[in-house]
Design a protein around this ligand. Structure first.
Ligand code: UD1
Length: 388
């Protein structure tokens, strides 16, 4: 038995896991993990550490409330700034938090700056790191998320993978087989959980239902990748492309804060059939996109969520780190050239919803698998006792 670890365990002799959440796409992944940890609370305690990368009410607070995530144990307040500044602020604040609380494990999700910053801190303090959604690779090093994924995986001791491509990537990078686990997708766990809740809710609960009713058939747009929104030319081209699609299919476009800044700075205007909104809460957005005829996006998560529910999706990027959504799901990787995007939209609308195979293990139980692996192995490592 490791006495140091024994001393560090809380009064109930439990493992302490620090769960790091920073940006909007993290929150839907944390929610099911927390639920699964609650079920083994005799063996595991957790602390949610919120880095503050996303701080607006619409990007942050409303998600905690809707997704049923408990109040974080600490807010590090590290939002804004350029990448190095943001990453450095998170690292400094998280290091102090880890030194004060000495978790047995730091669990990070996804590929945002908070993910990488926390993994770096933990690795340097020699605290084991678990990465949920490990192994994804776009091969595009101009994406900040690709850098974050590679660094985080290089430092992680436990790698939880959503699709077979992730297993292959990690194998190629020399990760030991016994540290890599194909468990499915916690974001899909959350999606199914929230869909069941949505089915029980009154239509009047949704502000967007009026627009939904007026439009009848509609598409959804989300855009926030720097490559699509940070130059006037790219954003203008995208606005014109969407304008053409909107002649056939009205579009609803919840605008990310980064994109809002660019729209205002470059003075970009959109066709009248494109309805711009503030960022929407999870439920409000789900209520819209799950009934959409088409989703056009540069988000990573939405490529997967649309595949899980069989909604046609066009990804306006040159690469995807989530190939299973194209191979087995509803995703079409259209690139960023207007004619390609318009053609992909026409085809998707002509063929309607495709019956697709839901990827293996995208069954709503990924978080249970992760927690079961971690609880058993960590508990055994820390106490020498095999859990009964
Ligand atoms: C981040 C993630 C991206 C994820 C996206 C989802 C990285 C590298 N990128 O990108 O992977 O898909 O979140 O939203 O971590 N801002 C606000 N209010 C907020 C949050 C941000 O105004 O609540 C502003 C920031 O001050 C900044 C800009 O939006 O000017 C971008 O925010 P940032 O967190 O740097 O990256 P995202 O584009 O949100």
């Amino acid at each position: 038995m490791n006495t140091t670890n024994r001393k560090q365990m809380d009064g109930g002799g439990r493992i302490l896991i620090a769960i790091v959440a920073g940006a909007r796409p993290n929150f839907m992944k944390v929610a099911p993990i927390v639920r699964a940890l609650e079920a083994v609370s005799n063996r595991c305690a957790y602390r949610i550490v919120h880095t503050g990368q996303h701080y607006d009410f619409e990007m942050n607070e409303v998600f905690f409330r809707e997704l049923g995530i408990p109040e974080p144990a600490v807010f590090l307040g590290c939002g804004g700034g350029m990448h190095a500044e943001q990453t450095a602020k998170i690292m400094m604040a998280f290091e102090a938090d880890c030194v004060a609380h000495r978790p047995h494990l730091v669990l990070v999700v996804g590929d945002v700056n908070s993910t990488m910053a926390a993994a770096l801190v933990a690795a340097k303090l020699r605290i084991p790191v678990a990465h949920v959604e490990a192994g994804l690779r776009s091969g595009d090093m101009t994406m900040p998320e690709e850098i974050n994924r590679r660094v985080t995986d290089a430092l992680s001791d436990w790698l939880f993978v959503t699709e077979p491509a992730g297993l292959e990537n990690l194998r190629r990078e020399g990760k030991p087989e016994d540290r890599v686990f194909h468990v499915g997708h916690v974001m899909v766990d959350n999606l199914f959980f929230q869909c069941a809740k949505l089915d029980e809710m009154e239509a009047s609960a949704f502000a967007s239902n009026a627009l939904k009713k007026t439009l009848g058939r509609y598409g959804i747009v989300t855009l926030h990748r720097p490559s699509n929104v940070e130059s006037a030319e790219a954003l203008q081209r995208m606005a014109e492309t969407l304008g053409q699609i909107a002649q056939e299919l009205p579009l609803i476009f919840p605008v990310h804060p980064r994109t809002r800044v660019s729209i205002e700075r470059f003075g970009i205007s959109f066709a009248a059939q494109i309805h711009l909104t503030t960022p929407l809460s999870y439920m409000e957005f789900l209520n819209l996109w799950r009934d959409a005829a088409l989703v056009i996006t540069d988000s990573g998560g939405l490529q997967e969520e649309t595949t899980a529910l069989g909604v046609p999706c066009i990804t306006v990027r040159e690469s995807t780190e989530r190939p299973i959504t194209v191979d087995e799901g509803t995703n079409v990787l259209a690139g960023t050239r207007p004619e390609k995007i318009i053609e992909a939209a026409r085809q998707a609308l002509a063929s309607g919803r495709r019956v697709t195979r839901r990827p293996h293990l995208w069954d709503g139980r990924a978080a249970e698998r992760i927690v079961s692996i971690l609880a058993d192995r960590l508990f055994t490592d820390a106490t020498g006792e095999v859990p009964g």
